[in-house]
Design a protein around this ligand. Structure first.
Ligand code: SAM
Ligand code: SF4
Length: 468
């Protein structure tokens, strides 16, 4: 697609992002001519310098990155993305797993295996006990952070159900934080979700391109584009400061969707003083019973790398989440160009960890277990982290942003990463990777100082959840 046709004209971006509701999406979908997207090396290098100072990029600067084609300059962009990630978060990569609660969905998103029109799907909503069994199994492998995922079904998987599952998991397992990827809900329900201790609330816009959105979401509550678009405002107004956003890559031209997602983030920053806590990078996968293959807007591996780097440069403090939709070889590269949180050992069906069910939402590409991914992260010279400290220490929203701006998060992240790695070595690590992890722990701890060895001693003596 010709970039000139999809990038809004200079001077229209702020107007577009300051508007709300329908006016916002209408302006975002106007196709305007733009002739001044510059990609020469001087302009791009100026942008790289600005990003290295951890400044949020303007939308015009984002447009220049999106339009960039020069392969050598892209290598410079990837290298800059890695440096920014290390400046903000240090070498740590946080690990988690999704826990699917229900696939009984009243929507009909054509790309999803859970859609109501998929007559062949075997339907399942976990009982509270089943959810607890799945969470306990994951806790037994060393996970401390789970992402609860549910289809849209107010009767079977509404707020009271989600609340009861969260409560049961916190009370009965070693899981320390539960994030939630659930459909939009009322402000009242968001308040309940926040009050029961959910960490990040995550919801993807899928695509900002209205005609494509309407075509792919023909029925159910999700067919209302504006309801979906306003979800983050409602979550924030209900008290959520950690919100996770994303677009599903492959539904429409990624250049458009990535640009508008960043514009949407700017609008939230302007309005509330903070933007998304995380941006996810889901790419369309084959799904049993799907009616949309998405070949027209296929997103290549190189495009995924570009998108991760663009998010990292544009919004330096954002957590970038990479799921097991991506294959192992690509994830290993993404760990080094800006990703900061990754799932591992994932199953995408309810009861998927306890039994091998055939009701998955989409096909998982990286089949490695948690321990395999931990091993790989350590081999790459990074630090595997099972940290959950910020959510429980109230470091969220504006406070998190301020800490990150002063580069205070990096120090906390690296220490907590080492403390949780130490716990993992003591409690869960299989013998064949223990020596590698002990070596990495020693290398990084010697650089850290901060009384880390005294804290390790506490862990050796049996204390758990030691964090800063
Ligand atoms: N049902 C809720 C919703 O749609 O917001 C939340 C859970 S849904 C299971 C989580 C995300 O999975 C969706 O927002 C969508 O982006 C993604 N997804 C759906 N079908 C997919 C597919 N075939 N490949 C990759 N990701 C997919
Ligand atoms: Fe339901 Fe979410 Fe799948 Fe759409 S993406 S069919 S809302 S589970």
């Amino acid at each position: 697609m010709n970039l000139k046709r999809i990038i809004p004209a200079e001077g229209r971006e702020d107007k577009a992002v300051s508007l709300q509701g329908y006016g916002f999406c209408f302006l975002m979908n106007i196709v305007l001519e733009k002739n001044d997207v510059k990609t020469d090396k001087f302009i791009i290098r100026d942008i790289l310098v600005k990003s290295l100072e951890l400044q949020v990029l303007s939308l015009s600067e984002v447009s220049c990155l999106i339009a960039l084609e020069d392969r050598d300059l892209w290598d410079e962009v990837f290298d800059t993305a890695r440096k920014i990630k290390e400046k903000v978060y240090g070498k740590r990569i946080v690990l988690f797993a999704p826990l699917y609660l229900s696939n009984e969905c009243i929507n009909n998103c054509l790309y999803c295996g859970f859609r109501t029109g998929n007559a062949k799907a075997k339907r399942k909503t976990l009982s509270k006990d089943e959810a607890l069994r799945e969470a306990s199994l994951l806790a037994g492998k060393g996970y401390k952070r789970l992402l609860l995922v549910t289809s849209e079904n107010p009767k079977l998987a509404g707020i009271n159900y989600i609340e009861s599952v969260i409560d049961a998991i916190y009370k009965n397992t070693d899981i320390r934080i539960l994030h939630v990827n659930a459909p939009p809900m009322s402000i009242e329900d968001f308040k309940k979700l926040k009050d029961c201790g959910a960490g990040v609330y995550q919801c993807f816009q899928e695509t900002y391109h209205i005609p494509t959105y309407r075509m792919l979401h023909p029925s159910g509550p999700k067919s209302d584009y504006n309801w979906r678009l306003g979800v983050m405002d409602m979550a924030i107004e209900a008290g959520f400061e950690d919100i996770g956003m994303g677009v599903l890559l492959g539904l429409y031209d990624w250049r458009w969707d990535v640009w508008v997602l960043i514009a949407h983030s700017h609008r939230l920053i302007k309005k509330y003083g903070f933007g998304p806590h995380t941006l996810s990078v889901p790419r369309l996968q084959p799904a049993e019973g799907s009616k949309f293959r998405g070949s027209r807007y296929r997103v290549s591996d190189m495009d995924v790398k570009k998108i991760v780097a663009i998010y990292r440069l544009a919004l330096p403090y954002v957590g970038i989440v990479i799921s097991t939709r991506e294959p192992a070889y690509l994830r290993d590269e993404l760990f080094l160009i800006g990703a900061s949180q990754v799932s591992a050992g994932s199953r995408t069906s309810p009861l998927g960890y306890i039994e091998d069910s055939d009701t998955a939402q989409f096909e998982v590409a990286d089949l490695r277990s948690l321990e395999d991914v931990i091993e790989k992260i350590a081999e790459l010279g990074l630090i595997p982290s099972l940290c959950t400290a910020c959510y429980r220490e109230g470091r969220s929203g504006e406070r998190f942003k301020e800490l990150a701006e002063g580069q205070g998060i990096k120090e906390l992240c690296e220490q907590n990463a080492l403390l949780t790695l130490k716990e993992y070595i003591e409690d869960y690590a299989p013998e064949d990777i223990k020596q590698l992890l002990i070596k990495r722990l020693k290398e990084e701890s010697e650089k850290t100082g901060n009384g880390i060895f005294e804290k390790f001693k506490l862990i050796e003596e049996g204390e758990r959840d030691v964090h800063v």
